[in-house]
Structures are given as structure tokens and as C-alpha cells.
Design a protein around this ligand. Sequence first.
Ligand code: TPP
Ligand code: MG
Length: 327
Amino acid sequence: MNLNKQQMRILYRNLVRADHLNRMMYQRMLQGKLIGFYHPSDGAIAPGVAAASFLNKDDNLSPHHRGHGITHMLSKGIDIKYYLAEHTGKDTGCCGGRSAFHFSFPEHKVYMMSGFIGYNFAPSVGWGWAAKRRNLGQVVMNCSGDGSYGQGRAHEALLMATNWQLPIIFYCENNGMAIHSEISEMHPTEDVSSLAQGYGMPAMVIDGQDVFACAEAALAAIEHARKGKGPTFVEAKTLRIKEHDMGTPDLRGWEARSEEEKLALMQRDPLVLATTRVLAEGVLKQDAIDQLHEEASREVQEIEDFADSSKIARPSEEQLLAAAFAP
Ligand SMILES: Cc1ncc(C[n+]2csc(CCOP(=O)(O)OP(=O)(O)O)c2C)c(N)n1
Ligand SMILES: [Mg+2]
């Protein structure tokens, strides 16, 4: 599936925005202006941009926790200012400032982000089942890391999605690591997507640093699902340039990852690669690229102003209990 220039411009713009927003989140965490924690997405923004840029408002999206899903949400067209206000503990946040990282945007069919790795597999099967019953061509984009495929529920989801031919895209953002563990310790084959073979599900392995390759795969999988042809497994091989989460030492096993290694990884930053390509193929000129960066800086400023000028959330006990789920 070849992308047209308009699609490439959409992807490039979202990549620039994701890059600026990730830097803003890292900076705010250092300044003590975020509640909770932050898992930086440096080097890993291409898969999320590609997975979500061409979804419809009516499609379900469960974002990956890296970058706290901002990349995915902004690409789906969600206004991130309510997210940042949430993450800053303000009453204008999307969940009234009560959830921080554990947000939801039900009106955009982003129902939750959870600290529980693999949280999204079981609900995705339910959303997929509902979408199939409604028969309106909706799809479910289930994004998660390589580490989540160690969860038993991932396998149950792959099985049921194929048995019932549900419109789900299992979109694995494989950065080869889960906190300090390397994938070779956790997974018996080189490609996580080899799991799909056991369930008779089509699978693709793509360069997760190349936003355009990621989008071609995502679009093919989305089209397949919309036509009622069932689930697809997409594995984007990506990188983790920084630490797992801010404040945790950046180790591989018991060894610190070297600065030289990280500098080498930066050469494959998705924005660097995409910039080379859009210029070479005449998709964008340098002045248009500069303008996109200026717009993204302005967007970041506006979002921060909104969050910083909002009131601190002070929910009453009643409000807190009303939002809690007790089985
Ligand atoms: C059920 C569960 N087990 C363990 C953890 C601790 N934990 C948080 S992030 C993480 C690694 C996840 O790795 P991966 O899915 O590959 O995503 P990445 O962080 O590499 O992007 C783990 C083990 C958790 N949050 N939930
Ligand atoms: Mg990982």
C-alpha cells in the first residue's frame, strides 16, 4: 500500500508534534510539574503516530504506555490540553484531575490507560466483538509493548480474536526491552509476531523507526479489519533511547547502558529519518518543516498555559467515590 503525499504530510506533522510534546513532558517531570511518573518516548514515536493517524473517531484505541500514549492520542485528533491538565492534577483535566496517567477519553473511544501491562487485551476482544455485532466497519487498535505478550491474557485475546474474526489490530511496539530485561530473555523467537502464526492470524514485521512503513502496515491492517476479514498482528521494531521511566536507572540486566550506545540509537530517530525522506521526495520543503516546528512549539506553550492556569483539583469524597469501581 503506497502512501500519497497528503498522507505523508499528516504523518510528518504528527511526528513533529509528538516529538515536541514528549520533550515537554520530560522537562515538566524534571521541573516537578507532573504528578506521578513519565516513561519517555524518545526514539519510539513513529509506531504510535502511524497506528492512530488514520483511525476514525469511532474506532477504539488503546494507547501504549510509552510516552503515556500522547503520541497515539494526538494522532487520533484528541486535544492534548485536557490530558496535560489531568497529568498536572488540575480540575480541567479529562478526568477532573484525579487520574494522572490513568486517564480516559470515552468520547474519543480511548477508554483507559492502566499501569497493568497487558491491560488492554481482554477489553479489546470485547470492543472487537461489539464492533463486529454493530457491523459499521469500526476497528480496534490495540497498542502495547513486547513485554505485554508475556501475559496469558494476550494469548487468550489472539485466540478469541481469530476464532471470532474480530476487527482488531494487535500492534506491538517492540523496543527489545521491558524495564531492564532484554527480549531474548523473555521471548523464545526473534519476532513476537511469530505468535500470530499459531493462531492462523496474518502478521507483518516492520521497521518501527520508519513512520511511513509503519503507516503502510497499519493502513493495510485497518482496511483488512474494516472489510470484516478479521485481526492482524503488526510488529514495529523500535528503540528505547532513554531510561524506562524517569528516576529508574537505565540498565540492561545489571549493566548501565552506555552513552555511546544511546548516541548511536539517536541516528535512527524517526524524525531524522522522516525528514530526510520528505525532503528527498519533495513532500515538504525546509521552510514548511520549520513552520511545523514553530506551530508545534506554540501548541506546547498553549497546552502548558492551559494546564498551569487551571485550578488544582480538589474532589470531594463523594466525587471520588462516584468515579470508583468496586466489584
Ligand atoms: C502486570 C504487570 N507486570 C509488571 C509490571 C511492571 N512493568 C511496568 S512497565 C514494564 C515493562 C513493559 O515492557 P513493554 O511492554 O515491552 O513496554 P516498554 O516499556 O518496553 O515500552 C513492566 C514489567 C506492570 N506494570 N504490570
Ligand atoms: Mg518493550
